[in-house]
Design a protein around this ligand. Structure first.
Ligand SMILES: Cc1ncc(COP(=O)(O)O)c(C=O)c1O
Length: 406
């Protein structure tokens, strides 16, 4: 007879499989042909013996393969060893960590920073430690799972405002005495940007903190993301696993906030510190991205090329201007089918399904990087247009015709 847990696991997995929502890992290998010319050709990997162009990574500037950064990690490991060996308050905090914290503060204008091994733990630690049952917090409907989990654990009352709606946010701020408003700089699944300047003004008016998860904006988004960031944003969470191409995260804010987290954030106190080698790498990657603005320019050119080709081919994008280009299909199984067919053409894009996105909005999440070659972007869009019409996903013209008819 099966145990209670075995029965539960089997039933849940069966239900997920039926709905096309089962998640499975794919073992990816290195494309050795590519590595001879590392950072100057489209990102690729090998899956089951075949090479694919990767249109689903968050390595927006292509930094994960830059030889100088490979060398920085190597040097960091030679200098400090491969691990931190302890939690930060024991003996896991080194001058490599401090140097990275200082660099991040110089870049953003915040007083102090605290490093975590991932953005997920930075967000959950921040939310759980900062808030309790006496706080009311308002957050954009689409904020990341790590923020929601942390808020739930904190016991704070959570009020959600309509995605990117200033009116909806203002209504909540006017109605409740809120401790903070939380949003993302670039939304991870939609690719659109929050109105940071306007939200900041709103928060100032209502004497509430603005907390921004900058995972997908840091090192790529111009505008607020400079030494003035701290004037607009009270707490900024940056991650190193996206545009910086490496791993880890930081919470940036006032010295008082960081001291408070050091003494109270369980994820920080009771966990092995980010390795100093990784801290040295993230510092090198931060400096590299600042010293090479042409990478951001190349990324913008690649985004513009992709959008133009999609427009010409009537491929119905969501309208994002960032590296994250979603194409809503709706049905989860059909989304998987489109992704599979693109794979048959050597193009790998993410198929994003509920609960990562709302039910009925399953989508392809196509991400562009500075490292993509124009011919690969062109091939990607050509295949997209073909596969969509083969599978029966309406193109822009057909969607418009259906709307006009309604
Ligand atoms: C908006 C956002 N915040 C936080 C995270 C978590 O960051 P990390 O991947 O470093 O754990 C992610 C990662 O997917 C994200 O998209």
């Amino acid at each position: 007879m099966s145990s209670l847990l075995e029965t539960k696991i089997a039933a849940r997995q069966h239900a997920l499989r039926e709905q096309g929502l089962l998640r499975q890992r794919k073992v990816l290998g290195v494309d050795h042909a590519l590595n001879t010319n590392a950072s100057t050709s489209s990102p690729r990997f090998v899956f089951e013996g075949r090479a694919y162009v990767n249109f689903s990574s968050n390595d927006y500037l292509g930094l994960s393969r830059v030889p100088e950064l490979v060398e920085a990690l190597h040097l960091g490991a030679q200098t400090y060893g491969v691990g931190s060996g302890a939690s930060p308050l024991v003996t896991g905090y080194s001058d490599a960590h401090l140097a990275l914290e200082r660099e991040l503060c110089d870049l953003t204008g915040h007083e102090a920073a605290l490093l975590f091994c991932s953005g997920f733990s930075a967000n959950t630690a921040l939310m759980k430690t900062l808030f309790d049952q006496h706080d009311i917090v308002v957050a954009d409907k689409l904020v990341h799972a790590s923020i929601i989990d942390g808020l739930q654990d904190s016991g704070a009352q959570l009020k959600r405002f309509l995605h990117n709606s200033l009116e909806s946010a203002e209504r909540l701020l006017a109605r409740h005495q809120t401790s903070a408003l939380i949003t993302e700089s670039v939304f991870s699944m939609d690719g659109d940007c929050a109105p940071i300047f306007e939200l900041s003004a709103l928060c100032r008016q209502h004497h509430t903190w603005l907390i921004v998860d900058d995972a997908h904006g840091f090192a790529v988004l111009d505008g607020y993301n400079n030494a003035d960031a701290a004037k607009l944003i009270d707490v900024q969470v940056v991650t190193f696993g996206k545009a910086l191409g490496c791993q880890g995260a930081a919470v940036l804010g006032s010295q008082a906030l960081i001291d408070f987290l050091v003494s109270n954030a369980r994820e920080y106190i009771y966990s092995t510190a980010l390795s100093p080698a990784n801290a040295a790498l993230a510092l090198a990657a931060t400096q590299y991205s600042t010293a090479h603005p042409e990478l951001q320019q190349k990324l913008l050119e690649n985004i513009a090329l992709f959008k133009r080709l999609c427009r010409e081919a009537n491929v119905p994008l969501l309208g994002s201007d960032t590296a994250i280009q979603p194409l809503i299909i709706g049905d989860a199984l059909q989304t998987l089918q489109v992704a599979e067919e693109l794979r048959a053409a050597g193009i790998w894009v993410g198929a994003i399904r509920p609960p990562t996105v709302p039910v009925g909005s399953a989508r392809l999440r196509i991400t562009l990087t500075a490292a993509h070659a124009a011919e690969d972007i062109t091939a990607c869009v050509a295949q997209l247009a073909q596969v969509l019409s083969r599978v029966g996903v309406p193109l822009v013209t057909e969607r418009q015709a259906a709307d006009d008819h309604r």
